[in-house]
Write a protein of this length. Structure first.
Lengths: 533, 136
């Protein structure tokens, strides 16, 4: 082996990886205080004593396209195939508060997610799906109050009680300024809206999770594993502190915070990352915030991702890649699982690709039974050493952010954006140089130029359909009631009280996403991006 | 004799998609290669992109599109450039672009397509080849 090859054996943030590990590498670790049994502080080995035996991992398949009816048919198909939890993809106009008839929405209605203009569309999405039983994750950030209200209103119309409604809204606005870019308002009012949702859930919706801090989106956009967790935790702490400043108790807030974490393919390193993250989080919650209950100390994770590692070349190889992602999530002890599909380097997934992604999870957990024992990697010299090394790297990054004024300031100044972009640039250069192997894409590249992939098809008629539906609704609804509700929403936004109750009323009156966002935009104004490049 | 000027590239994010890591790393690579980069920022309309191209007098427009809306956006942009009399500014498109769409994009008048997975070195080499002022 030449020297160049040997250089590859290091951690993402630097530091050598040895050829093997032994007892001396974990001599400083005490089982009782640093690891503990599953279900025991600091929860390195998992949140619950029985782990997946008592709470099977919940797989979600990110779905949504065209209209509510189109999406509903797909969700019902996946449920028939054994899907037990949902993950709803919204189109970009919905995410950015534009109705389907807005000129800016022209090319994007129903394209990468379902078009939601009003409560009527949400009702159509969940037709035939019992919202008193199913759990749904909705990827909505800037407008989480509106989409959560729509989900709750739909569930209540179906007859579900508030105690039964189980919805996770991503509602992680701070990461939108770093990556993903689905922001509307400046950070201060956006943070307030995020905490409005946290407060509302803490008081009214016991089974809903108001935030899924999307550390993973930063990972997929360049961050290394330590930055992913450190930045995600610092964002979560900003939300928690804002909620505490509002008079909520840590025991009311902490159990409602969840995380989205993304994996690369080396499932040993990824599993160690989840273990390290649980240890750090439990200690922060207990020691810094005085959280006493286990519910407040444990880290709840929706694990998966991996879309940035998919190749357009030989796309079936992506099925193998996603299986490796699943292994990291399951061996890492996450609560929920969401992987991408093999055709997503091309476009949003076809039903065939979604089915394979669902089957991948089912095969690994139910057929291979890899979920039968909690934390099977625990005690491995290598994995325990990796867990400690990852922990150290995460804590160092967190300390640096806290010493320089916290995460909101770091994002305001564009520091996290720049660090993330720099890592992504370095990754791309490693791929271009061949230092980082990407099979079929930069190594073992076949001469075959076309791959026969049956791709999802967009329907260009969707906008016309959606606008007709919207116009019909605008005629049929009680417009005086809509006006009154929008006025009340504006007053709530101006006065600083929680906007959730007035958003809920406006939603129930069939106000459109665009109408509600316009009111909020008038009060909160729009975000102006700092220059990053 | 006039000096050969530095190539100015507008890296644009048209439409509502906010995934800008590709736009950022391409910008960094072009800068490292000695080019000047004007980054549009997110959520830009086609009209805004053309306006920036005019004001900044760029030699190439590079668009990063991951939303699947590359065909209608490219068509509109090329038309707008013609309307404004600056159709000599070549357009290069990157992002999530299925192979079957590349001939279509070129038929609209797109100079080059650097889809997801294209090495940065190829993108950096492609820009001077298509840039206006330097060709002809």
């Amino acid at each position: 082996m030449d020297e160049k090859e040997a250089n590859k054996f290091e951690l993402e943030w630097g530091g050598e990886i040895k050829p093997f590990y032994g007892p001396e590498d974990i001599s400083g670790i005490d089982y009782q205080t640093d690891i503990g049994n599953p279900g025991e502080y600091p929860f390195v080995r998992g949140n619950h004593p029985q782990m997946y035996r008592s709470r099977p991992i919940l797989q979600r398949v990110y779905s949504g396209f065209l209209s509510g009816e189109d999406t509903s048919a797909r969700l019902n198909f996946l449920i028939e195939q054994g899907l037990r939890a949902l993950s709803l993809a919204l189109d970009l106009p919905t995410q950015l508060g534009l109705d389907s008839d807005d000129p800016k929405a022209e090319d994007e209605v129903g394209r990468i997610g379902v078009a939601i203009d009003t409560l009527q569309d949400m009702e159509d999405v969940f037709r035939g799906i019992d919202l008193s039983k199913v759990s749904t994750n909705i990827t909505i950030n800037a407008l989480a109050p509106i989409l959560l209200s729509m989900y709750v209103a739909t569930a209540e119309k179906q007859g579900a009680s508030r105690e039964q409604i189980n919805c996770i809204v991503q509602n992680d606005i701070l990461k939108e300024y770093v990556v993903r870019g689905a922001w509307i308002f400046p950070p201060a009012p956006a943070l307030r809206m995020t905490v409005d949702v946290i407060e509302y859930c803490a008081r009214e919706l016991p089974k809903c999770n108001p935030v899924s801090v999307s550390a993973g989106h930063m990972r997929s956009s360049g961050a290394n594993a330590a930055q992913e967790i450190a930045w995600g935790f610092e964002i979560a702490l900003a939300y928690i502190q804002t909620a505490l400043d509002r008079g909520l108790d840590i025991e009311q807030v902490a159990p409602f915070i969840t995380f989205t974490i993304h994996n690369k393919l080396n499932f040993l390193k990824e599993a160690a990352k989840y273990r390290a993250a649980r240890r750090i989080w439990a200690r922060i919650m207990r020691d810094r915030f005085g959280a006493k209950s286990q519910r407040s100390q444990i880290l709840r994770v929706f694990g998966g991702g991996g879309m940035e590692d998919l190749t357009m070349q030989e796309p079936l190889n992506n099925i193998v890649r996603q299986a490796l992602v699943v292994l990291g999530v399951v061996l890492g002890g996450a609560q929920a699982l969401g992987i991408s599909c093999y055709d997503e380097a091309y476009t949003i997934p076809s039903p065939e690709a979604q089915l394979i992604s669902l089957r991948t999870g089912q095969i690994i957990t139910e057929e291979a039974n890899l979920a039968e024992v909690a934390d099977p990697l625990g005690g491995s010299y290598y994995v325990e050493w990796l867990t400690s090394e990852t922990e150290k790297a995460i804590i160092q990054i967190m300390d640096e952010i806290e010493a320089s004024g916290g995460m909101v300031k770091a994002i305001d100044e564009g520091r996290i954006q720049r660090a993330c972009a720099k890592e992504a640039y370095l990754r791309q250069r490693r791929i271009d140089s061949g230092e980082q192997v990407w099979v079929g894409a930069n190594k073992y590249v076949s001469k075959e130029q076309e791959w026969d992939v049956k791709l999802h098809k967009y329907d260009p008629q969707i906008r016309k359909r959606q606008v007709e539906k919207l116009n019909r609704l605008r005629k049929e609804r009680d417009n005086a009631r809509v006006e009154k509700c929008l006025k009340e929403l504006k007053q709530a936004a101006e006065s600083g009280i929680n906007i959730m109750p007035s958003t809920m009323e406006a939603v129930k009156a069939y106000a459109t996403v665009g109408e509600m966002t316009k009111v909020l935009r008038e009060v909160f104004s729009e975000f102006k991006e700092p220059a990053i490049v | 004799m006039s000096q050969v000027r530095t190539i100015r590239v507008l890296v644009g994010k048209p439409g509502l998609d906010g995934h800008d890591v590709g736009a950022k790393i391409v910008s960094m690579a072009l800068k490292d290669a000695g080019m000047e980069v004007v980054y549009s920022g997110l959520h830009r309309t086609v009209d805004e992109i053309v306006e920036i191209a005019l004001q900044e007098d760029v030699d190439v427009i590079g668009l990063s599109i991951l939303s699947g809306a590359h065909l209608p956006i490219a068509q509109k942009l090329i038309k707008k450039l013609k309307d404004k009399g600056i159709s000599d500014i070549p357009v290069v498109i990157g992002g999530v672009i299925p192979k079957k769409d590349i001939p279509l994009l070129k038929s609209y008048g797109v100079a080059e397509v650097c889809a997801f997975g294209t090495p940065l070195t190829e993108i950096v080499e492609c820009i001077p080849k298509v840039a206006r002022h330097l060709t002809n």
